[in-house]
Design a protein around this ligand. Structure first.
Ligand SMILES: NC(=O)c1ccc[n+]([C@@H]2O[C@H](COP(=O)([O-])OP(=O)(O)OC[C@H]3O[C@@H](n4cnc5c(N)ncnc54)[C@H](OP(=O)(O)O)[C@@H]3O)[C@@H](O)[C@H]2O)c1
Length: 366
């Protein structure tokens, strides 16, 4: 086994704000695994909006606009993270780590050494793992994968055996666990038609594949420039990002002006149109609000149509192992748009923020 160096390359977040708060270091201390933790030599780590939102402080209630990659004029000190608690700096971000276990801490399973693993982002209280209280996220409440090495609790990783590359594997964890969790929460099954916003993105592409896997019909909303790539996932229909008359567009594309489920990660101004096309008894699930968190809701639509709304973030324990099973059995596929080496992190993050891509962007450690 190769020796573990005492220092490593890493992207270090030094505070809330713009991209200048992300510093490249080539002499950052290599972490040491604590009890029940493993040390992972990272090969690839996917980018996610939560890293951008945490850096910019978008999660703060002081911010009411769409997400951007820049900092905001005003961010409350007490609620700038997903869990509404202050973050400590310096912090290494990066939720979707793929790498090889190279060392273990006290009590961890030595059979894990040498295994290629991916991680569940949820940093749980392992004495009470089903609790949604006191939960953190990898790369937010503890250091993540934008570095050559990282430590993680052994219960938060799983070995994965498949032919996918490290970068392809690093597209899955955050987006697909989020999508699968949302579909579980809204009770998606073969009789459903699911309207998916942001379908060209990481979670949206996952929603198409995972809803299809359950036998549901899928209608993807995406910018027209991305339709050709979204079509590779074979949704039942693809519509523009925000059709002027959504019911008519649905009727033309699917034969029905209604859907039974809206799976939404976009929110913003178009929210009211989405809710209007839900059939009586329909279910709405949200895991994001990239176009803006403040929306118009006509309560009459909600109660008179017997709709159910689900807010979906912390996943149930089975979601990550289920996902690894789908990957190993080839039931879902990665949508890898581009890779950037760690030293070009800022260019990769800018491309991720510009949103001209389809699928996911991944940082590699080569
Ligand atoms: N709750 C959780 O645990 C959780 C986990 C993962 C992600 N999220 C959240 O879910 C959202 C989507 O995540 P993702 O990883 O799928 O994002 P992504 O890969 O960046 O894709 C988002 C998609 O949204 C569409 N979009 C529509 N309106 C937009 C707007 N005003 N600005 C930018 N994009 C817009 C874009 O597609 P078109 O250009 O084709 O319209 C884009 O491809 C984010 O807000 C993220 O923070 C939450």
């Amino acid at each position: 086994m190769t020796a573990i160096p005492s220092s490593m390359r890493a992207i270090v977040l030094t505070g809330h704000g713009g991209m200048e708060k992300l510093e490249y270091h080539d002499d950052w201390p290599t972490p040491t695994p604590g009890p029940n933790e493993v040390l992972v030599k990272v090969h690839a780590c996917g980018m996610n909006n939560t890293d951008v939102n945490t850096r910019s402080g978008w999660y703060s209630k002081a911010v009411t606009e769409a997400t951007t990659g820049d900092g905001y004029d005003s961010v409350h000190e007490e609620d700038p993270t997903w869990g509404a608690a202050p973050l400590t700096f310096p912090r290494i971000q990066g939720a979707d780590m793929v790498g090889t276990v190279v060392a273990i801490g006290e009590g961890a399973d030595e059979c894990l050494i040498g295994k290629r693993v991916m991680n569940d982002g949820w940093v749980r209280n392992w004495d009470d793992p089903t609790s949604k209280l006191g939960v953190g996220y990898f790369g937010s409440e503890r250091d993540g994968g934008f570095a050559e090495y990282t430590t993680v609790n052994q219960q938060q990783i799983l070995p994965v055996e498949c032919d996918l590359s490290d970068a392809e594997l690093a597209t899955f964890s955050c987006s697909y666990t989020t999508a699968e969790n949302l579909l579980n929460r809204v009770g998606c099954g073969p009789d459903d038609t699911v309207l998916i916003t942001g379908a060209s993105g990481g979670v949206g592409g996952a929603l198409i594949q995972l809803a299809k896997r359950r036998g549901a019909k899928t209608v993807a909303l995406a910018s027209e420039a991305k339709h050709e790539q979204v079509a590779q996932l074979e949704p039942t229909a693809i519509l523009p990002r925000a059709p002027e008359n959504l019911a008519a567009a649905l009727e033309e594309a699917t034969g029905s002006p209604e859907v039974t489920i809206v799976a939404d990660i976009v929110g913003g101004e178009y929210f009211a149109e989405l809710i209007e096309v839900l059939a009586r008894g329909g279910r709405y699930g949200t895991s994001g609000a990239i176009a803006g968190p403040i929306v118009d809701l006509d309560l009459r639509t909600l109660y008179l149509n017997d709709l159910t709304f689900h807010g979906c973030t912390v996943t149930a324990l089975n979601v990550f192992p289920d996902l690894v099973g789908y990957i190993e059995r080839g039931e879902i596929r990665p949508m890898l748009s581009a890779t950037y080496p760690l030293k070009d992190f800022h260019a990769g993050q800018q491309a991720f923020i510009d949103k001209k891509h389809t699928g996911n962007i991944v940082v590699t450690m080569e």
